[in-house]
Design a protein around this ligand. Structure first.
Ligand SMILES: *Cc1c(COP(=O)(O)O)cnc(C)c1O
Length: 400
């Protein structure tokens, strides 16, 4: 089928809130996807890290089909036989005490904001409606009104006000700014361990550890948004493990279902979650048996098939190869595990053109801002597949 047919349909009948590459995908398996004309591509985006386990993983698929035949949605008005098992498995795996399931990442963020505010009033003793949450410049936590209200990206915010008050913004990775921003009304500091949408920005070494100790000292809840960095992407189950810390609250989503079904979760170490009482928060689809069953298998294959170790080893190999590219417009090549980026000197605007050129070579990736390309293939990628990718990347990115 002619891809232009589908592109025209999308453009005519759909909202234009995305600017996708003009490749119309039809089928996927592992790191590979095929378009409607049967052309094969390597997926180096993995749906923004939601497909860490690879496209259409057979075991997750089989759970999806099996559970669909049994029971899909009960609402939380009743219990189901998958939710408790998912809770237990997540808690054992991540050393958490409590779990709250939602659907999208943004909903997990909204949930955590509600929980820490309530904790601030009920436990910490902050005066009514005075709670403050500290976040970082260039953050990405989702797209709701409250969340874009504390974004520093103009296109995320412009035209959407008025916004929710109660947020303070500090530079990412700046410990003294964090210390200075804390007041008696501060309930939480929310941060990504590595900023994904900002372009794989890694904070200075020791930042998370120091942030954790400052939060502890000031009775401030540390929230790590691991929706993108979590579940193996950086070569550890959670990125916080690189720094040897445990956040009070951790957000996961994206790869929690291996790309099959929207599910996210708030993981709680501190008993912040206990402030939420029946009737105060919820979601019709949150914690449904289909999502839970799929997530259980998605977590299981991540561990059993050594995808996290593979991400660490293959990430190191991929990074070493990217570092060898000769192009005077490259400002920096960086990453951790299979969360990698090539940043170009600003103003050249080349990232999109490179992505389009890579697409014609059979490799799909997406620019973030106009000067950064992110490489985040599924964690099942092999050395041979990286070599295949590097042949194309080297050809397109090298400037003699
Ligand atoms: C993708 C992402 C979100 C939002 O997740 P959605 O499922 O798109 O709502 C939040 N935080 C981070 C770090 C993300 O990468």
């Amino acid at each position: 089928m002619d891809p232009q047919y589908y592109i025209r349909l999308e453009d005519k009948f759909g909202a234009h809130n995305y600017k996708p590459l003009d490749v119309v995908l039809h089928r996927g398996q592992g790191v590979w996807v095929w378009d409607v004309e049967g052309k094969k591509y390597m997926d180096c985006l993995s749906a923004y890290s939601a497909v860490n386990q690879g496209h259409c993983h057979p075991k997750i698929m089989s759970t999806m089909i099996g559970q669909s035949r049994k029971l899909t949605l009960t609402s939380r008005a009743f219990r189901n036989d998958q939710l408790g098992l998912l809770y237990q498995e997540i808690c054992v795996l991540t050393n958490s005490h409590k779990v709250l399931p939602m659907n999208s990442g943004a909903e997990a963020v909204e949930t955590v904001i509600k929980a820490v505010r309530k904790w601030g009033y009920k436990v910490k003793g902050v005066a009514k409606d005075r709670a403050e949450i500290i976040v970082c410049e260039n953050n990405f936590h989702g797209r709701t009104i409250t969340i874009v209200g504390f974004s520093t990206n103009e296109s995320s915010r412009d035209g959407f006000g008025p916004f929710t008050p109660g947020f303070k913004i500090i530079p990412f990775g700046d410990i003294s700014a964090l210390e200075a921003a804390i007041t008696p009304n501060t309930v939480a500091f929310m941060v990504e361990p590595i900023q994904g949408e900002a372009g794989v920005i890694i904070p200075p070494p020791g930042f998370l550890k120091e942030a954790k100790s400052i939060c502890e000292k000031n009775n401030v809840v540390l929230i790590l948004d691991e929706i993108q960095t979590g579940l193996g992407r950086t070569g550890k189950l959670l990125a916080e493990q690189h720094d040897g810390i445990e956040a009070d609250l951790t957000l996961i989503g994206k790869a929690l279902s291996g790309g099959f079904y929207p599910i996210s979760a708030v993981l709680s170490n501190k008993e912040v979650m206990d402030v939420l009482r029946p009737g105060e928060h919820g979601s019709t689809f949150g914690g449904n048996p289909l999502a839970c069953a799929v997530a259980r298998t998605a977590l299981k294959v991540l561990i059993e098939e050594n995808m996290i170790e593979n991400a660490a080893a293959m990430g190191e190999y991929f990074l070493s190869k990217l570092l060898q590219i000769k192009n005077s417009h490259i400002k920096e090549v960086r990453g951790k595990g299979l969360m990698l980026a090539v940043e170009f000197i600003p103003g050249i605007g080349g990232a999109r053109r490179y992505c389009e050129a890579l697409m014609t070579q059979g490799l799909l990736c997406k620019e973030t801002h106009d000067n950064i390309i992110r490489f985040t293939p599924p964690l099942v990628i092999t050395k041979q597949e990286i070599d295949w990718a590097m042949e194309r990347i080297e050809k397109v990115l090298t400037i003699k």
